[in-house]
Ligand binder design. Structure first.
Ligand code: FE2
Length: 149
């Protein structure tokens, strides 16, 4: 999310989103690799927590963008994020049960679901952000300023 660095624009935000997707998929792969390599429970927990934390922040970042730019399909998109987070949560149970096979199946399933989400829901959001129709942050700030006067 680029509000923090002061470079916010819909096109820049779309680029940040793409970078975050790459990191998200790499973290999921790193988790799958750690399971395949039979790393210790502690190591697996560390990688799992990174994956969960990053994914959670990334989804929140997208949701903030959607709200900021009045994205019309916000609710459906948020629902998809919730479903993905719920599925990610199930990894903790299979880890706790030391069920490697189940964990790897879920990782593969999640990989396909997340990539599908990126190619459909996130692509639609990116297309919306890149269209000239979105209200700019500067305009929104101007509206707030006018309201304050
Ligand atoms: Fe998304």
């Amino acid at each position: 999310m680029s509000l923090i660095d002061g470079n916010s624009s819909p096109v820049h935000d779309t680029h940040v989103m793409q970078v975050e997707h790459d990191v998200q998929i790499k973290l999921l792969s790193a988790f799958g690799d750690a399971v395949k390599q039979r790393q210790s429970a502690h190591e697996l927990e560390v990688v799992y927590k990174q994956l969960m934390d990053y994914t959670s922040v990334h989804f929140l970042s997208e949701q903030l963008l959607m709200r900021m730019y009045a994205y019309p399909d916000y609710e459906l998109h948020e629902q998809r994020h919730t479903q993905l987070m719920e599925r990610l949560d199930t990894l903790q149970a299979s880890l706790a049960n030391d069920d490697r096979e189940r964990t790897l199946e879920t990782v593969q399933y999640l990989r396909e679901r997340i990539l599908g989400h990126i190619e459909t829901d996130d692509a639609a959001l990116a297309q919306y952000l890149q269209a000239d129709l979105v209200p700019s942050v500067a305009n929104m700030t101007g509206v707030r300023q006018a309201d304050a006067d």
